[in-house]
Write a protein that binds this ligand. Structure first.
Ligand code: PHE
Length: 494
């Protein structure tokens, strides 16, 4: 918004309920338009799930377990969001707010894939992603080329199409040519340099020796190839970015732009009501219970938490808020006194993915070649996140190390100088990682979801849960902008 937009309509007041990314975006945009804004935030910091943990930070979960992070100076873990796709409006806010960004490596050909409890020779074998991909593409190309060449697809392809497809498959899979009179020997995938060398190409006469390919049956039995769709996801494809120094640089930049007096931390909302000419919000603070009144409110709290707060909103709206399904996610940051993933494995950033309870291990995309580094030892969701969440922090580290050693060996347990684990289900003011809209309530076209896209009296709703970018800061931001625009349209229409 632009300040002049408000004009003769006067200085309207808005209470923003929740200082997560949706609430911060809403407050920031409202201020641009000349609104009088107060943000009430339960935590002692801005950002909500956007949370970066550094040495000295102390955190107590809903079970009463307290952790104090002992990460070294310069080391951090993003406990919540950690990666930003290029097309997300999150990057526009980084630019506008002066938050420097750097590449986040979401895909690294030299990171590992690990699958256990699968049939065949690759059971329990850490495999470089480039090797699995070369073999998966190679064998798929070989089979499709054979089928094409032998006429099995004649019903779908003209003779010209067939030659074009074969040309594409030779490039895609690094397969051989047609061998005249020998269909079985034609279009063979025989491995090659794509999958890696031992020894590597070197000086003089050292041409390098490609590491032999896995057998086709073992490769497909391993399920390794099923991972490659991840990097093609609209919001997971490289390039991706992160703020320099931690994701919370975004939250703090918003907070600075909004201004200290307008952001009230440790303000826990206990009741909110529509009144005859506005809203009232009751909240507790360390210095007692307070009440704020304003023309409008934007409720930017997680819906399942908002649903538990006393209000005079219609039952149907409260029911809609509470009808979401909540997903859990967990992360552990493990600081090592040596960047062994770089030194021993030549992995510089990226993700190792496993079908164990670890799910994803993030090699840090910052601080390369420095004297220490912090791995995300697991980033998991659902049942795996609940499993770790039900352990104590020391037990989480022990289990993560046991699992990590299967992939990286004993080095995974050596030189650990700090760790911090986050379980979103047991996190105050979050009680989960993100939500979904069950089909049983009509998903994101049902009456409940739609009701939250409209004002209820003078109360508006915002959050990633009211977008089609759930579990992304982008979703929170665009939803907040819609709420701000709705308020402004109403004010200026009056
Ligand atoms: N944005 C989160 C992430 O990048 C959650 C998410 C995962 C969302 C996968 C969509 C797809 O991990």
């Amino acid at each position: 918004l632009k300040k002049s937009d408000l004009g003769r309509h006067g200085r309207k007041t808005v209470i923003v309920m929740g200082g997560g990314i949706a609430g911060l975006t809403a407050a920031y945009e409202l201020l641009k338009g000349g609104y009088d804004v107060t943000v009430l935030e339960g935590r002692g910091r801005p950002g909500g799930r956007n949370w970066t943990v550094r040495g000295g930070d102390t955190y107590t979960d809903l079970k009463g377990q307290t952790q104090t992070a002992t990460f070294s100076k310069g080391q951090y873990m993003n406990a919540g969001p950690g990666r930003i796709p290029q097309m997300h409006v999150t990057l526009d806010y980084c630019k506008e707010l002066g938050v420097p960004i750097e590449v986040f490596t979401n895909q690294n050909a030299d990171a590992f894939l690990y699958r256990e409890n699968v049939p065949g020779a690759l059971n329990g074998v850490p495999v470089r992603q480039r090797a699995a991909k070369a073999d998966a593409y190679g064998y798929t190309a070989e089979l499709l080329a054979k089928a094409t060449d032998q006429g099995s697809l004649d019903q779908y392809l003209t003779a010209e199409d067939k030659e074009r497809l074969l040309t594409y498959l030779r490039s895609f899979g690094a397969i051989g040519n047609r061998v005249a009179g020998d269909p079985a020997a034609s279009f063979k995938y025989n491995g090659g340099g794509r999958r890696g060398y031992a020894p590597q190409p070197g000086a003089g006469l050292e041409a390098g020796t490609p590491i032999p390919q896995y057998a086709m049956s073992d490769l497909f039995a391993s399920t390794l190839g099923n991972y490659f769709s991840f990097e093609m996801g609209f919001d997971q494809a490289m390039m991706m970015y992160q703020p320099v120094g931690g994701m919370d640089r975004i939250a703090y930049a918003f907070a600075k732009a909004i201004g200290g007096g307008r952001l009230r931390y440790n303000a826990q909302i206990v009741e909110y009501n529509n009144t005859a000419d506005g809203v009232e919000v009751v909240y507790t603070t360390p210095s007692g219970t307070k009440k704020a009144v304003a023309d409008f409110a934007i409720n930017a709290m997680p819906p399942h938490i908002a649903a538990k707060i006393k209000s005079n909103l219609p039952t149907a709206v409260v029911t809609a808020l509470g009808s979401v399904s909540v997903t859990n996610a967990g992360k552990i940051g493990i600081e090592y006194n040596r960047r062994w993933w770089e030194e021993d494995f030549r992995i510089y950033g990226g993700i190792t993915n496993a079908n164990t309870n670890l799910a994803n291990m993030w090699h840090p995309s910052y601080g390369y070649h420095s004297d220490r580094g912090t791995m995300i030892g697991y980033y998991n969701t659902g049942g795996n996140a609940n499993f770790y969440g039900n352990l104590t922090p020391p037990q989480r580290l022990a289990e993560a190390v046991t699992q990590g050693k299967k992939i990286f060996g004993d080095v995974y347990g050596q030189g650990i100088t700090a760790s911090f684990s986050q379980d979103w289900a047991s996190t105050p003011f979050s009680e989960g990682a993100w939500v979904g809209w069950p089909g049983a309530v009509g998903g994101q076209t049902g009456a409940g979801y739609r009701s939250l896209l409209e004002a209820t009296g003078n109360v508006y709703f915002a959050g990633d849960h009211l977008s089609h970018a759930i579990a992304w800061q982008h979703g929170a931001m665009v939803s907040a902008r819609v709420a701000v625009e709705s308020i402004h349209a109403r004010v200026t229409a009056a």
